[in-house]
Design a protein around this ligand. Structure first.
Ligand SMILES: Nc1ncnc2c1ncn2[C@@H]1O[C@H](COP(=O)(O)OP(=O)(O)OP(=O)(O)O)[C@@H](O)[C@H]1O
Ligand SMILES: [Mg+2]
Length: 373
């Protein structure tokens, strides 16, 4: 039966008290709902695998508590936790047939043969390998995507309370990855098992997850749906990790309860930002960032009011939109902007001088902290 997973002030310190001490998880507290497909996302070294391994019981947390449903599992060994795990390297047993690979978790639980056959058949159907099961080859005779399906079937066959996936698609090529992430979502929704999916690929996390947690240096920076994280990032780090954000150095000219006026350095451009798009409590004179997603900026060959001059470096056709990379004066930070336009601007070519403007109603204000990933 599916359970929720709850973390209460979880800390993990490797090499506690030694000179190589690493505080890998810092006071983590949040809940993953029953039946939820939850993504842990963040740059390399932020603590994703550590949190997953500790959730599985493969490692022990330094302090805090973890619960599956109402049960405190902080000190319960992994084999008593009823979890399914899938790793980046599928870790299938090469000397066993795919049937026996999938059956493994039932065999160790001493499940009778007829039920093993029934369960393996059902789960292989669920992951779309019913034809392969009839031939029943060794896993080494399967493609990467098929092996990954076997690994998922093996983790699901004994109805775990929680399914844990650590970068399960990292070894697949880009097209298969996109296909398999939709498959994982389909399978997860069909089984409704609470699932934690670790990835460092933000697009994958946004596509797969019901909700996402963005981790950075062992801290949960923000939890929310893809839409919330994209449209209401709490800080510059999340804004730049979930999709692209162009940031301009700015300082605060005036501020009240309703809005803040910031001036972009070296340009004299002033923008009033309403409180709901203000992710910092600014005082007059404070250094801040004005952030705009590529689609909130536009390029024009005409010099408009309050535009920033620049030079087009590259024009990229990316399917439904066109991305212009525009280099602006080294005086203004950043030096290169990414700007997405719905259609090709016929009169603008690579190397041309252009003018960049903002959608003033959509740019947001952030603290400078965490701007660089
Ligand atoms: N067994 C260990 N001993 C000491 N330090 C460790 C150990 N395992 C992980 N760490 C450290 O803990 C931090 C978090 O590591 P973790 O493997 O959880 O990162 P991650 O988010 O999974 O990164 P990646 O995306 O590269 O897989 C890192 O600084 C790492 O060096
Ligand atoms: Mg990892």
């Amino acid at each position: 039966m599916s359970k929720n997973v709850r973390y209460e002030n979880v800390n993990k310190i490797f090499g506690l008290g030694t000179k190589n001490e690493v505080h890998a998880l810092k006071d983590i507290s949040f809940t993953i709902n029953e039946g939820e497909l939850f993504c842990l996302l963040g740059p390399s070294g932020c603590g994703k695998t550590t949190l997953l391994r500790n959730t599985a019981g493969l490692d022990t947390i330094t302090s805090g508590k973890m619960f599956y449903g109402d049960v405190d599992i902080s000190t319960i060994p992994p084999y008593k936790r009823n979890i399914g795990m899938v790793f980046q390297s599928y870790a299938l047993y090469p000397h066993m047939t795919i049937f026996e690979n999938v059956a493994y978790g039932l065999r160790v639980r001493k499940v009778p043969n007829d039920i093993v056959t029934k369960k393996v058949t059902e789960v292989m159907e669920l992951v779309g390998l019913q034809e392969e099961l009839k031939r029943n080859p060794s896993p080494t005779a399967l493609s990467g995507g098929q092996q990954q399906r076997v690994a998922i079937a093996r983790a699901l066959v004994y109805d775990p309370d929680v399914l844990l996936l650590d970068e399960p698609l990292a070894n697949l090529d880009a097209k298969l990855r996109r296909y398999m992430r939709a498959e994982i979502r389909r399978i997860q929704k069909a089984t409704n098992i609470t699932t934690i999916f670790v990835t460092h690929d933000q697009e994958e996390a946004m596509a797969v997850g019901d909700r996402l947690a963005v981790l950075r240096k062992g801290i949960v920076e923000q939890i929310g749906t893809s839409d919330e994280l994209y449209n209401q990032p709490n800080n510059a780090f999340v804004a730049n990790f979930i999709g692209k954000m162009n940031f301009f150095n700015a300082h605060v000219i005036a501020s009240n309860n309703e809005e803040t006026v910031a001036e972009i350095d070296k340009t004299g451009i002033r923008i009033a930002i309403k409180k709901e798009r203000r992710h910092v409590d600014p005082l007059v004179g404070d250094v801040v960032l004005v952030g705009g997603r590529p689609e909130y900026l536009s390029v024009s060959s005409e010099d408009e009011d309050d535009s920033i001059p620049g030079t087009v470096r590259i024009i990229q056709h990316l399917g439904s939109f066109i991305r212009y990379e525009v280099e602006i004066s080294g005086e203004i930070s950043p030096v290169t902007l990414e700007i997405d336009m719905d259609s090709l601007q016929k009169n603008i070519h690579e190397g041309d001088k252009v003018y960049v403007t903002f959608d003033r109603n959509r740019v947001a204000l952030f603290s400078p902290e965490g701007r660089d990933l």
